[in-house]
Design a protein around this ligand. Structure first.
Ligand SMILES: [Zn+2]
Length: 293
């Protein structure tokens, strides 16, 4: 494993802005009802809204798109790329890698890459796992990604957690050896607090912590000349409350905690996001890797 060239202290530091493009309604209803519904149109409205917000500020990002969404809405994939953003793969079905066989993971990962490349007519270099499910027990996924022709992965959270993370992973982008050759890892951002590393700059932590806490953490990371890798989902910017269609009212009991958590601070999230865009420089991951900052 080797570190990538450190950023010269004089150049401006870009952080990476990333989105995992998936349809909240489809995935939540699948989880709660047990059957996969078609991809809903909610994801379209939410993602076009993000595209407008970024275009108004001249910010480019990386969009890791789920195969289920790309298959339903290839026009969305093309529009994202046409707006100057990088397109990466978020896999096909959003299953946790450590619950899949290597063969099932390889098959659906290849399927997602081929679809995106067919739609775009260009190579897709980056991958982000569903729920960051590249863990110690599923490190083999990195071999599969290199075999499939990805040049980088951005799925490892360098912290200890029950559901994800590989503690001890270098905090900045680095090159890993796999059985199929080198693969660059672009880990999600964490800061050290005492003996522990804590994730910052995305998902629940961005929504639930005061914005000033996130801002201070990203500044701290940038002072160490590391780019922050922040991540968001389309549903986090939804103008309407997130309410799944459930097959029976009883499912609300199972789903309530989930639904409450994802709606929490949803309405104020856009304001925080706009502040974030104003406070830091962002670029797609591919730009960071190509230019060394
Ligand atoms: Zn996801």
């Amino acid at each position: 494993m080797s570190r990538l060239r450190p950023t010269p202290a004089t150049s401006p530091l870009n952080n990476a802005l990333t989105f995992d493009i998936e349809d909240w309604h489809q995935l939540v209803e699948w989880k709660l009802n047990g059957t996969m519904p078609p991809c809903s149109r909610h994801v379209l409205a939410q993602t076009y809204d993000i595209l407008e917000t970024l275009a108004a500020r001249g910010v480019r990002a990386t969009f890791f798109i789920l195969g289920l969404v790309a298959e339903a809405y290839p026009g969305l994939v093309r529009d994202i790329a046409a707006a100057g953003h990088e397109v990466g793969s978020h896999g096909w079905s959003h299953q946790l890698i450590y619950r899949q066989t290597r063969q099932a993971f390889a098959d659906e990962t290849r399927r997602s890459k081929v679809l995106l490349e067919d739609v775009l007519g260009r190579r897709v270099a980056g991958y982000r796992a569903a729920e960051f499910s590249v863990t110690e027990g599923s490190r083999w996924a990195l071999d599969v990604l290199a075999e499939t022709g990805f040049s980088y992965d951005s799925s490892i959270v360098p912290i200890h957690s029950r559901r994800y993370g590989i503690p001890g992973t270098p905090l900045g982008p680095h090159i890993m050896r796999t059985s199929a050759g080198p693969l660059t890892e672009v880990p999600l951002t964490a800061v050290q607090r005492g003996r522990w590393h804590w994730p910052v700059g995305g998902g629940g932590s961005f929504r639930l912590l005061p914005y000033t806490v996130t801002r201070a953490a990203i500044r701290e990371v940038n002072v160490e000349r590391r780019p922050a890798i922040v991540y968001f989902h389309p549903y986090e910017f939804s103008a309407a409350p997130l309410v799944p269609r459930l097959s029976s009212p009883g499912r609300y009991v199972t789903g309530a905690r989930y639904v409450l958590f994802h709606n929490m601070n949803r309405r104020t999230n856009r304001r925080r996001f706009v502040r974030l865009l104003a406070d830091f420089h962002f670029a797609p991951i591919a730009d960071l890797l190509n230019h060394g900052h």
